[in-house]
Design a protein around this ligand. Structure first.
Ligand SMILES: NC(=O)c1ccc[n+]([C@@H]2O[C@H](COP(=O)([O-])OP(=O)(O)OC[C@H]3O[C@@H](n4cnc5c(N)ncnc54)[C@H](O)[C@@H]3O)[C@@H](O)[C@H]2O)c1
Length: 289
């Protein structure tokens, strides 16, 4: 999208529409649309329920754990795991870490999500507080410098730091480098930073998405739903008589539920359908209270 809009503008005339897979990409494209900088309609695949409920939550949840385990071979049970961001990815990862016996701590900036994390059974606190407690820190926010200089100053000896959110900006790596007197690679994907005060902090996968850096990303059996949304949304764009007005659109509901239906069928799972009596009952306001 960036290349088309910046370097290859001569090709824009032929573009009927596009699709965008991920949370951060959708945020950027909405900002472009609001600024009038977007040149063709986009369907926001991430907004499909059959995308973020599954790929972000169960995919990122599992593959982040997989990446950190492969990089470090740590035992999760009993560790204080700090999860920055309780969005779809953070929820999935926190749930899986808890399932392996970790003591999970969630940090958030959104009060509703912080409350949800609390009631899901995680401890919620500010990163300033969590920095002193955590054994493992994982950022899944899409935000910049969620782990910053003053957090590194407070961290325990041997703390492990990883990112599975957006790009390598969530951890302020430049600050970590400045604060260190030396650094060395102790395992593939594990870099030890020796602080001036002698503490050692471990950065995984250069702060890039750890599920991709150290593992294999999400299993195909969750990406299939994301890519089915991509394919069917592309067909939807191509089949319009007139190109849609330039904007960022949600995946049409019919496509979303068709993907869920196909996925269930592929898993051999049958579900019930409403009877006529039930349809009538659910649509009425006269029966029951
Ligand atoms: N690793 C992967 O394979 C993978 C897969 C899908 C999405 N992603 C990326 O992961 C990131 C999160 O995606 P999501 O779908 O969970 O998004 P989301 O919008 O559902 O959740 C992000 C959460 O982070 C919180 N947050 C923002 N700034 C924060 C801060 N400074 N401290 C604490 N919390 C903060 C927000 O309030 C929100 O609840 C995005 O950048 C997305 O592109 C990565």
């Amino acid at each position: 999208v960036a290349t088309l809009h910046k370097e290859k503008r001569d090709l824009l005339g032929n573009v009927v529409g596009g699709t965008e897979e991920t949370t951060t990409g959708v945020i950027r494209l909405r900002a472009m649309a609001a600024d009038g900088a977007l040149s063709y309609p986009i369907i926001a695949i991430n907004e499909a329920q059959t995308k973020h409920f599954f790929d972000n939550r169960y995919g990122t949840g599992q593959s982040t754990l997989d990446g950190i385990t492969r990089a470090t071979n740590i035992l999760w049970a009993g560790k204080h795991v700090v999860v920055a961001g309780y969005g779809w990815c953070g929820k999935g990862f926190a749930m899986r870490a808890k399932g392996l016996g970790a003591q999970t701590i969630v940090t958030e900036i959104d009060p509703v999500r912080a409350l949800e994390a609390t009631m899901d059974g995680h401890r919620v606190m500010s990163m300033d507080q969590a920095a002193e407690i955590g054994d493992i820190f994982v950022t899944l926010t899409g935000d910049i410098h969620v782990l910053d200089r003053h957090h590194f100053e407070a961290m325990k000896e041997g703390a492990i730091i990883a990112n599975s959110g957006h790009f390598n900006v969530e951890i302020n790596i430049a600050a970590l480098e400045e604060m260190s007197e030396s650094r060395r690679r102790v395992r593939e994907n594990v870099e030890e930073f020796r602080m001036m005060d002698g503490r050692k902090l471990h950065l995984l996968g250069e702060g890039r998405l750890i599920n991709l850096a150290a593992a294999e990303g999400h299993p195909a059996s969750v990406m299939d739903m994301s890519f089915a949304n991509q394919a069917l949304s592309t067909e939807f764009l191509a089949r319009q008589d007139q190109p849609l007005p330039v904007d960022v659109y949600d995946v049409p509901e019919e496509i979303d539920s068709e993907v869920a239906r196909l996925k269930l069928a592929s898993m051999g799972i049958e579900i019930d359908t409403l009877t006529d009596e039930q349809k009538k009952y659910l649509a009425s306001w006269e029966e029951g209270t």
